[in-house]
Write a protein that binds this ligand. Structure first.
Ligand SMILES: C[S@@+](CC[C@H](N)C(=O)[O-])C[C@H]1O[C@@H](n2cnc3c(N)ncnc32)[C@H](O)[C@@H]1O
Length: 235
């Protein structure tokens, strides 16, 4: 039986409980900035902030914990953004990872930003690194990923990632039955992608409302009967 565990809580605490060298893949999309706030903040309406979204030292701790829990010869993918990329890159390298390549997600549409004074952003960056050396599955892929964004009427999370892209990344870096972890899981898209690949998963997020939004996609997945699903989502 495959396992699917979803926990509402603080990854920086919960990751400490994950045994060393027990995880086959980390695929995650952390808050893009840098200030760790350990206290839960009060609920605010739709999409106006993400936890930890501004300066601190949590990135180094997160990188060290990630290295500790991954098995030897495994991969990590971490979404990031051009202006904080160097912090994440340096932290993963400092933790011991081999920095393999940056993947570029080219979206079907662009964001807004400074309409007159800047180029319209159509990309997101994904740091790809390894603990030890692991071969990628299948035929050789280049480092550009062309996937549509989640349309606004389907989106449950402000930075929701498309499941087909996450599923592709998992397919390159796991075998069926492997354990995939996403410590910043949002609306659980990594879990759905893990199920597409017959992988076990552990998903963590501070925000109950995002986890609750995503749980239906987990329990309605065609492969759900193969999973022992445990969800601790406090109201
Ligand atoms: C960029 S979003 C991830 C979105 C996700 N990839 C999706 O497709 O829905 C980052 C997430 O990290 C969560 N987060 C921030 N700090 C956290 C912490 N200390 N522990 C767990 N989750 C945290 C936020 O609530 C947010 O949902």
């Amino acid at each position: 039986m495959l396992s699917g565990t979803i926990i509402h809580g603080d990854s920086f605490l919960l990751m400490q409980d994950i045994p060393s060298e027990s995880v086959d893949l980390i695929l995650t999309d952390p808050p893009y900035a840098i200030n760790y706030r350990s206290n839960r903040r009060t609920f605010r309406p739709q999409f106006d902030f993400l936890h930890n979204d501004s300066p601190g030292e949590w990135i180094e701790t997160f990188a060290r914990e990630s290295y500790r829990i991954l098995k030897p010869d495994s991969h990590l993918y971490c979404f990031t953004r051009h202006d904080v990329y160097i912090r994440f890159f340096t932290a993963f390298e400092g933790a011991g990872f081999k920095m393999k390549r940056t993947l570029v997600w080219v979206k079907n549409n662009h964001g807004s930003g400074d309409l007159k004074g800047d180029y319209a952003p159509r990309d997101e960056w994904i740091i790809f690194c390894s603990k030890g050396r692991r071969h990628l599955n299948g035929k050789r892929s280049d480092n550009t990923l062309f996937y549509n964004t989640v349309s606004s009427h389907q989106r449950r999370h402000p930075t929701e990632k498309p499941v087909d892209m996450l599923s592709f990344l998992i397919s390159k870096s796991t075998q069926p039955g492997d354990l995939v972890i996403d410590p910043f899981a949002g609306a659980l898209s990594t879990g759905v992608a893990a199920m597409d690949n017959n992988c076990s998963f552990l998903l963590l997020d501070l925000e109950q409302r995002y986890l609750s939004e995503g749980i239906n996609d987990i329990i309605s997945h065609p492969e759900v009967a193969r999973y022992d699903i445990k969800a601790e989502i406090n109201k």
